[in-house]
Design a protein around this ligand. Structure first.
Ligand code: SAH
Ligand code: SF4
Ligand code: F3S
Length: 448
């Protein structure tokens, strides 16, 4: 059989969070030995994978419209005597697998996040047209072990160390789509990290739905310490964290470990204790403020990012004002904010006190205005500073390079010498809401 030799086109479209970005990379790794190589557009693809997100209603609806669009590509290819396998992966596959199969006959395969290592087998089965089109099984924790060695491209990489969530915030589908918390063994994480470093990766972002809930055979803080000792790895980040898992040890590490970057994404969702309780967040506003105060004590320059939901059932004007006050008091370098979206099967979807859409919109606008102002102010506050920038590509204009500051800001700077993977000093000359501009500082020999 010539299988595995003829190159076949693979097109993966990724929605949702970084876990999905990581998973899409891993799917590419799993499919490469079968001869699948990435192509730029679905028309050239023998296999299209939609890696989907279920977090809000809009995200889920997108999947069905995208499937509709793929149908046209599939028909066009069929007219040319070429096949196209359509696979739906990710959290919508997990949550609504049966419904997708029912609603979308052009879909050949539905595969949940725990079954990606079985993709080759599932694709072969789909090709044999057995009529069996669903594979959303949910149990396999063998999936990490079953995935092949990791291929790195670039100087930054995601590394998934933890999956799933046991927190059950009342608005959230993740505990249902990603299952119970599972932590990978320390040795496996170390092996993957060393391999990434050997392939030129300088910065790793540790991933998990509740990454700091990591409870493998080491604590999360010990895992970070072990990773920091890997030669060649210069920067470590992690996301997403839950406030109740910010241990003293981890907070302290932000002061002690220079490779741990001074940026933390720590979702708070609301500033109102009433709403936090209804959300089952397991902490109040004072607890969150205290964590931030302690982080700033050990690492005064730490940049903070968070998530908010506005218009959660029962949110009154005063609750929303408590959120605004929390934002004013803390000051965020960046943040995501969303209108509450009721999700089928979650406790909040059955709660009383629906907030009118117009009120939701108006609150979201007020919140985002404040958050954008803070983001711009944070970026502008860097003007004049010299920041170490990890170079990862070319900048906007010719003669420019691109990279990230320690605070995760995008930096475009004048320089032609730096290579990807270098960490170079850049003087910041301008800051906008979304990026910084600057020029590389050339050190004189006496200073260097
Ligand atoms: N595990 C992470 C990420 C969860 S999803 C965490 O605990 O923060 C990312 C963000 O989506 C959440 O922080 C929340 O702000 C938002 N989100 C989740 N469910 C939502 C819903 N039903 N409606 C609106 N926003 C939601
Ligand atoms: Fe969802 Fe809450 Fe778990 Fe985050 S901690 S994934 S918001 S249930
Ligand atoms: Fe979306 Fe699933 Fe991530 S629901 S946010 S892709 S865990």
């Amino acid at each position: 059989m010539s299988e595995g030799r003829t190159p076949k086109g693979l097109f993966i479209e990724t929605y949702g969070c970084q876990m999905n970005v990581y998973d899409s990379e891993r799917m590419r790794d799993v499919l490469a030995p079968l001869g699948y190589a990435p192509v730029d557009k679905p028309d050239d693809a023998d296999l299209v994978v939609l890696n989907t997100c279920h977090i809000r209603e809009k995200a889920t609806e997108k999947v069905y419209s995208e499937i509709g669009r793929l149908r046209a590509h599939k028909e066009r290819r069929a007219g040319e005597g070429k096949g196209m396998t359509i696979a739906i992966a990710g959290c919508v596959a997990q949550a609504e697998g049966e419904e997708i199969i029912r609603r979308a006959p052009e879909v050949d395969l539905v595969v949940g996040p725990q079954a990606y290592h079985k993709l080759p087998e599932l694709i072969a089965r789909a090709a044999r047209k057995t009529g069996e089109r669903l594979a959303a099984d949910f149990t396999a924790q063998e999936r990490f072990d079953a995935l092949p060695a990791r291929a790195a491209d670039g100087v930054t990489a995601f590394l998934s160390i933890q999956e799933g969530c046991d927190k059950f915030c009342t608005f959230c589908v993740v505990p249902y789509t990603r299952g119970a918390e599972y932590s990978r063994p320390l040795a496996d994480v170390m092996t993957e990290a060393r391999s990434l470093a050997e392939q030129g990766v300088r910065e790793i972002t540790l991933l998990g739905q509740n990454v700091n809930a990591y409870h493998g055979d080491a604590s999360f803080a010990d895992l970070v310490r072990a990773l920091a000792r890997i030669d060649g790895l210069e920067r470590l980040r992690y996301m997403t964290s839950h406030p109740v898992e910010m241990t003293d040890d981890l907070i302290g590490l932000h002061g002690d470990e220079p490779k741990l970057m001074p940026f933390l994404h720590l979702p708070v969702q609301s500033g109102s204790d009433r709403i936090l309780k209804a959300m089952n967040r397991k902490h109040d506003g004072a607890f969150f403020r205290d964590i931030i105060a302690r982080l700033r004590r050990v690492r005064p320059d730490i940049a903070l990012s968070t998530d908010f939901i506005v218009g959660f059932p029962g949110e009154r004007e005063q609750d929303f004002e408590d959120t605004m006050q929390l934002v004013r008091d803390i000051g965020f370098a960046s943040a995501y904010s969303f209108k509450y979206s009721p999700r089928p099967g979650t406790p909040a979807a059955a709660m009383m006190g629906h907030v009118d859409e117009a009120v939701q919109n108006e609150r979201l606008q007020r919140l985002q205005k404040l958050l954008f102002e803070q983001q711009r102010a944070f970026n502008e506050s860097q003007v004049g500073a010299v920041l170490p920038v990890l170079v990862s590509g070319n900048g906007r204009r010719p003669g420019q390079k691109y990279g990230r500051s320690p605070y995760l800001q995008a930096v475009h700077f004048d320089d032609t010498q730096a290579r990807d993977g270098d960490i170079v000093p850049v003087r910041i000359l301008a800051g906008t809401q979304n990026a910084l501009a600057g020029a590389r500082v050339v050190l004189t020999p006496e200073v260097a």
